[in-house]
Design a protein around this ligand. Structure first.
Ligand code: AMP
Length: 188
């Protein structure tokens, strides 16, 4: 099963993704985590991405498509993948569809974690004190939200035309949201 989790920054994709991937027994792959790790290790990818990420902008489609290809080539990706925040532009959505089609696969479902702007700002401010992520800085948050609205939100409409999107209210406790996510997939 190949699933994509989408939603604005702070929607809880990472938290819900870990639980869901474990429940489904498939690997979770998050471009944000892989990029942060590359920055931490100072790899050529990390050096390219660092300033862009810290300012809150999106990394280029070319870089993201390269990461997608690498991840999909891993043996553990053969039985399906939970893609967490991996697709943020329409060219990335087209690229992922083409990569999956190379092994006769397609996204089975897109889960959209929906949350209001006021809630996002509140969550990111809290996360900043806990995780000290440079891109949770208030100025970077404004840029990230703009990138989300201008480049990522249209991808949800694109998926609505091309496949099946399930909108999940990502408010309440982590457990409440996890219950809605499982229900959306018909899981107990
Ligand atoms: P995240 O932790 O998912 O919010 O990602 C952190 C940062 O990594 C984002 O603000 C972007 O700079 C970059 N990033 C992660 N995934 C993508 C993607 N699919 N396309 C472009 N940039 C990405």
């Amino acid at each position: 099963m190949d699933l994509l989790l989408m939603g604005p920054p702070g929607a809880g994709k990472g938290t819900q993704g870990v639980r869901l991937a474990e429940a489904l027994g498939i690997p979770k792959f998050a471009t944000g985590d892989l990029l942060r790790e590359a920055v931490r290790l100072g790899t050529p990818l990390g050096l390219k991405a660092k300033a862009v990420m810290e300012a809150g902008h999106l990394v280029s489609d070319e870089i993201i498509l390269g990461i997608m290809r690498e991840q999909l080539a891993r043996p553990e990706a053969g039985r399906g993948v939970l893609f967490d925040g991996v697709v943020r532009t329409i060219p990335q959505a087209e690229g992922l569809a083409a990569l999956l089609a190379e092994s006769d696969r397609q996204l089975d479902r897109v889960l959209f974690l929906d949350v209001s702007d006021a809630e996002i700002l509140d969550r990111l401010a809290k996360r900043r004190t806990l995780e000290s992520r440079a891109d949770d800085d208030p100025r970077a948050v404004v840029v990230r939200l703009r990138a989300y609205r201008e480049q990522t939100a249209p991808v949800i409409a694109w998926y609505e035309q091309h496949g099946s999107v399930t909108r999940i209210a990502a408010v309440g406790t982590v457990d409440q949201v996890a219950t809605r996510v499982r229900a959306a997939l018909g899981m107990p």
